[in-house]
Design a protein around this ligand. Structure first.
Ligand code: SGN
Ligand code: CA
Length: 538
């Protein structure tokens, strides 16, 4: 009996040793092998419109394929943007630096991205990776640091949903007429993976969609979604902006600033219109006071609801297209035995308002646009179905990828690798606060330039360009950011602490300019040099 027990214990011990050896070997292999990286990024995809986050739209508009990444890996709840607008966010992701450091801090009249600077794709390429970018780029200049690139260049680099114009490898301009832009990006990315790359090298692919960006035009196959009934409104749909001056002055209200093109209301006789008249018709509604209704009986709250339904339904139909394209990518990687050694990320260049505060668009430091979706899988390394609630920034992505690739992280990168957090290493460092700075004004949505700080509980914002207004929110008691506590009794101490934090972070991130210098950045006009009309079409 005793002997048997001993043999039994020995047997179990051997098994344990074997399996831990197996585990070690797996880890060693992983540690020595550079993982592939598939970086998937949508444009303007809000956290609320991804069902993995179990937010207010999750049951109505599930995203089963995007959720697969969260199920296979880690879902980050608190990933933030350093400047919530397209080009500045993309440049922050590529360089790991704040937008005033990378030099690309405004979309409008902010010049082009300096492609000669250090980026994570370049560093990966130098470190032995085969690199590619397919889809939306929106940085003006030709992509650098890629073995293959096919990026949208029409509509000022925004790309269009149909007849999208792409620039391939910096020289050939191609008009794609066969597919919706989302399907085209999927087609091109899979084609490169299948027979465009050097299969002896690890690869890094940036798989980037235009959808669900304005004007939210879905492919035909998704038009039947959400046709039954109305979507619910978010909690602060009818915000009155009391106590928040900057919020009261924006031009991004669903009720007052959506145009007829956004809501797909075509003119009755487009043939009889000149191009100028047609454009004017389409843009009508962009500016406050240009009231219009699809028919006279719709007014007031009913009209606002009609616009909301048309807008958010089309937005979610575009998301469904992205979700399908994500599924195609995941299936391809599975079918080709690539999943095991590939890091897959899903994110967006920033968040978006889906009726919260009565808005569309982004830019503000309020949660809906400040926050970014971020989920990441790496089988055997990142625990499946795990979550993380630490404060992360988009400038952290670059160093994290370099870290996983076993490459040195250059000193001048301002972000920090969160690899340790992803592998549940208890020695991982965490942040106390995240710093934000937005510059563009007045186009397109009259959002006042502002900077601010967010901790796990509080947020302090300073709007400084043509006003001097502060906002303080307690996110524990006011997650919709409706109650500005700045200047109220009892909040003096926390306000002073947050102001001190802002000062320290401004020094750390080299953003300790005077307000006058900050205003000059908003005023600077640097015209785009790169534009599709300068290119020949193949
Ligand atoms: C376009 C949109 C704006 C949007 C910006 C920036 N207008 O100009 O509503 O804020 O892009 O978006 S539109 O009428 O042309 O659609 S970003 O994603 O590039 O930052
Ligand atoms: Ca965007």
């Amino acid at each position: 009996m005793k002997i048997r027990l001993h043999i039994g214990i020995l047997f179990i011990a051997t098994l344990l040793t074997l399996s831990s050896c197996e585990q070690k070997t797996k880890e060693t292999i992983k540690a020595n092998k550079q993982p592939n990286i598939v970086f998937i990024m949508a444009d303007d995809h809000a956290v609320a419109a991804i069902s993995a986050y179990e937010d207010w739209l999750s049951e109505i508009a599930p995203t089963p394929n995007i959720d697969r990444i969260a199920n296979n890996g880690m879902l980050m709840y608190n990933t933030y943007n350093t400047n919530s607008i397209c080009g500045p966010s993309r440049s922050a992701i590529l360089t790991g630096k704040y937008s005033h450091v990378s030099g690309f801090f405004k979309n409008e009249k902010g010049g082009d991205f300096d492609g000669s600077q250090q980026t994570f794709p370049k560093l990966l390429q130098q470190g032995g990776y085969e690199t590619a970018v397919v889809g939306k780029w929106h940085l003006g200049t030709v992509p650098t640091g890629f073995d293959y690139s096919k990026v949208m260049i029409n509509h000022g680099g925004q790309g269009t949903y149909f007849d999208t114009v792409f620039l391939e490898n910096g020289k050939d301009t191609i008009v794609e007429r066969e597919r919706h832009s989302t399907a085209q990006v999927a087609h091109d990315a899979l084609k490169w993976l299948d027979n465009g790359r050097d299969k002896d090298k690890p690869f890094m692919l940036m798989y980037q969609f235009k959808a669900p960006h304005r004007p939210w035009t879905p492919a035909e196959e998704f038009k039947e979604l959400f046709t039954e009934g109305d979507l619910p409104h978010p909690a602060n749909f009818n915000d009155d902006y009391k106590g928040r001056k900057a919020a009261s002055e924006q031009w991004m209200e669903i009720a007052n600033h959506m145009n007829r093109k956004d809501l797909k209301v075509p003119p009755k006789n487009p043939e009889s219109m000149t191009k100028w008249e047609f454009n004017k018709y389409n843009l009508y509604g962009n500016r406050a006071g240009e009231d219009w209704t699809p028919h006279d009986s719709l007014q007031g709250a009913e009209l606002k609801n009609w616009k909301f339904q048309a807008y958010v339904k089309d937005y979610l139909r575009c998301v469904a297209g992205v979700d399908k394209a994500v599924g195609q990518m995941l299936d391809y990687l599975d079918e080709n035995n690539l999943t095991e050694n590939t890091i897959i990320v899903y994110t967006s260049d920033q968040g978006f308002y889906l009726g919260e505060h009565g808005w569309f668009d982004k830019r503000f430091m309020y949660e809906e646009s400040f926050r970014m979706p971020f989920m990441i899988q790496y089988p055997g390394v990142i625990e499946p179905a795990s979550v993380n609630r630490e404060l992360l920034l988009n400038i952290d992505f670059a160093p994290t990828f370099l870290d996983f690739a076993g490459l040195a992280i250059p000193e001048d990168i301002q972000g920090t690798s969160f690899k340790k957090q992803l592998v549940n290493d208890k020695s991982a460092e965490t942040r106390e606060a995240v710093y934000y700075h937005y510059y563009e004004w007045p186009k397109w949505h009259n959002v006042q330039p502002h900077y601010g700080v967010r901790t796990d509980r509080y947020k302090l914002i300073h709007y400084y360009y043509s006003m001097d207004e502060w906002e303080l929110f307690d996110l524990d008691t006011d997650k919709n950011e409706m109650n500005n506590l700045y200047g109220k009794a009892g909040y003096e101490e926390i306000t002073a602490t947050l102001k001190q934090q802002i000062k320290e972070l401004q020094v750390e991130y080299k953003d300790d300019m005077s307000l006058e210098e900050m205003r000059e950045m908003t005023d600077v006009v640097i015209e785009r040099v790169y534009n599709e009309s300068n290119l020949k079409t193949k």
